[in-house]
Ligand binder design. Structure first.
Ligand SMILES: Cc1ncc(COP(=O)(O)O)c(C=O)c1O
Length: 451
């Protein structure tokens, strides 16, 4: 039983048998023979077999319960099995499953809602099922419109793993063959500045560097820059004020389209519906979806009509896919948006996010292992280091802290020395306190072990 069990009512995690328990291990042993070894490191590190989820709590087959600080993989905006979503999906399941991309009454409702919520100028949409295919669709639209074929990517960006978008991901996908012609530039990662400068005295040199990078790394045929307003998988990196604005100004000046990849940051995750709203950026194309279906696969590409209509992307069949926007996905997206609105989540995200930020910053003061704390809304990351001066990444400690958290009933996202905190958008505050107690206990234990 975890330390915070008593203080946080019956919802707090309960560990009956050290995870992974015997039933989990038995299932995993059998499954392992058939499933790819390329699963996520979290699963491989401690293979728990989950059988149920309600709101922000998950149960495994051994009777343990966990606080869900991963929200699937930043997908379950309203938590697992929100009653309103279950009701809506159940109704849809009995009505209509799939009619390819033919119009439905609910799709029209969703489109009108999206047109209200997306940044100015975005008025045309297409639905997809996965993130990478949505980014690739945006690239096809940008190529169709500009008749150019090069892209600008940021270092540490993550846009997916299909052949086109993995061109942004050379740092993670070595050995996968040829990539697209692209200009790759550093993001404003101030904790480890590529130019060894300090904000604000740097004058945002990293943004100015884009001009030089384009001059020497492009043949003058750039279609678009693809950017995450806050880098997600690559480190939860929030750029300082002015950075994205400078980048956007350069691109506008040079007729380079702005493609905001908000697959991870969109749908309220950062406290505003889209993260670009924090920075005053109005992109030409925007994509989002991790949190749109609360765990049901549905992604959206939105853009200005003239871009989305450009041929060949805008030709009949040029934008559509097999499952994109099927009625079940549309039902989940509508119910998620309505629930976020009805339950006033954008406001509570900021309150709960401030609480997380305060607690993590206090921990940073206290523990040598916590090098940096970054984030916004309900998207936080802690970068672990072996030493605050050298900033040597603490890979092994990251793994040990993650395991310790899971063993005490907290599921979060671990990625080497980066621990990500991204609970459902409606997580109750008392559970957040409990989760942070478990995390602090784990950091303290692993730090003491090193001494
Ligand atoms: C910003 C961003 N873009 C694209 C993707 C790729 O999505 P998928 O894994 O569904 O292809 C991800 C996935 O994490 C992401 O975070």
């Amino acid at each position: 039983m975890t330390a915070c069990h008593e203080s946080s009512s019956a919802k707090a995690p309960t560990i009956r048998v050290t995870p992974p328990g015997p039933k989990s291990l038995e299932i995993w042993k059998k499954e392992k023979k058939y499933i790819t070894p390329g699963l996520g490191p979290d699963t491989l590190c401690i293979p728990i077999v989950f059988k149920e989820g309600k709101g922000s709590i998950l149960w495994d087959v051994d009777g343990n319960s966990y606080i869900d600080f991963a929200a699937g993989i930043l997908t379950n905006s309203t938590g697992n099995c929100h009653p309103k979503l279950v009701e809506r999906l159940r109704k849809q399941i009995e009505q209509l499953w799939h009619v390819h991309d033919a119009p439905t009454p609910d799709r029209y409702k969703l489109l009108t809602l999206l047109a209200e919520k997306t940044p100015r100028g975005i008025d045309t949409f297409e639905f997809y099922s996965g993130g990478a295919e949505t980014v690739e669709a945006a690239m096809r639209a940008a190529i169709s419109y500009t008749k150019n074929y090069e892209f600008i990517f940021f270092h540490r960006a993550f846009h997916g793993k299909t052949l086109g978008v993995r061109s942004a991901l050379l740092w993670q996908m070595k050995g996968c063959g040829p990539v697209l012609n692209a200009v790759r530039v550093p993001f404003a990662y101030c904790y480890r500045c590529s130019f060894k400068l300090q904000y604000p005295s740097c004058g945002l040199h990293c943004a100015d560097y884009l001009e030089e990078a384009v001059r020497y790394n492009s043949s003058g045929n750039i279609a678009a820059i693809i950017f995450e307003p806050i880098i997600g998988g690559g480190g939860i990196i929030v750029p300082p004020e002015g950075f994205l604005q400078k980048i956007a100004d350069f691109c506008r000046h040079n007729r380079i389209l702005l493609i905001a990849d908000e697959i991870l940051t969109g749908v309220g995750r950062t406290g505003k519906f889209f993260a670009v709203e924090h920075f005053g950026i109005e992109p030409d194309l925007i994509l989002f979806g991790k949190g749109l279906g609360s765990g049901f696969p549905v992604m959206v590409l939105g853009g200005r009509r003239e871009i989305m209509s450009a041929e060949p992307f805008g030709l009949p069949g040029g934008a559509s896919t097999t499952f994109g926007g099927n009625p079940l996905a549309i039902a989940c997206a509508l119910a998620t948006l309505e629930t976020i609105e009805k339950e006033g989540m954008l406001k509570s995200i900021r309150t709960v996010g401030n609480f997380i930020s305060r607690r993590l910053n206090e921990m940073q003061e206290k523990y040598q292992l916590i090098g940096d704390v970054r984030g916004m809304g309900l998207l936080y990351g802690v970068e672990l280091v072996k030493d605050k001066k050298t900033k040597e990444p603490a890979y092994e400690e990251g793994k040990l802290i993650y395991i310790e958290c899971v063993k005490n009933g907290l599921r979060l996202i671990a990625q080497g020395p980066l621990i990500r905190f991204s609970p459902p958008l409606n997580i109750p505050l008392e559970l957040v306190g409990c989760a942070l107690d478990i995390f602090e206990g784990a950091v303290s234990k692993i730090e003491k072990k090193r001494e």
